[in-house]
Ligand binder design. Structure first.
Ligand SMILES: [Zn+2]
Length: 144
């Protein structure tokens, strides 16, 4: 959320951010419905928020040759980067095997590193029960 946007009276920036993150999470849930996960049955959706509030979605895409599968988060980031975008502020992740999205689905180590290529330690990773800064999920990221 832009800091110069006016909020309705009584709404704090934290309230506004939480509302945006809640919406972003449900966009991730919707994205998970498109997952191709015939092997694990674990469907993951991601919703990547850019600084102008554009959202890129992704889902996991598995393959019979297991290592060739792609994570939802990487999928969303690659879609955005291929569109010329790298100004990310948050990503929401929703994953479930049985359509119960109440448990947090954290990004795998590989996706944390991919996020760190484009995002600083304050980048927000939104899961079912809140958000955590990328710097806490990957404190010692690899950099060249
Ligand atoms: Zn991953």
């Amino acid at each position: 959320m832009e800091e110069n946007q006016k909020l309705p009276q009584g709404v704090t920036p934290e309230d506004a951010q939480n509302a945006v993150f809640k919406k972003l999470f449900w966009i991730a849930v919707d994205a998970s419905k498109k997952a191709y996960a015939p092997y694990s049955g674990f469907k993951v959706g991601a919703a990547l928020l850019c600084s102008d509030n554009t959202v890129y979605t992704g889902c996991n895409v598995e393959n019979a040759a297991y290592p060739l599968g792609t994570c939802a988060e990487k999928n969303a980031i690659c879609k955005a980067v291929s569109d010329g975008r790298t100004d990310f502020t948050a990503i929401a992740i929703a994953g479930s095997k049985d359509e119960d999205y109440s448990k947090p689905c954290y990004p795998c180590g590989s996706c944390r590193q991919v996020m760190s290529e484009f995002c600083d330690e304050n980048f927000k990773v939104v899961v079912a029960d809140g958000y955590i800064p990328l710097g806490e999920l990957l404190p010692y990221n690899f950099k060249l």
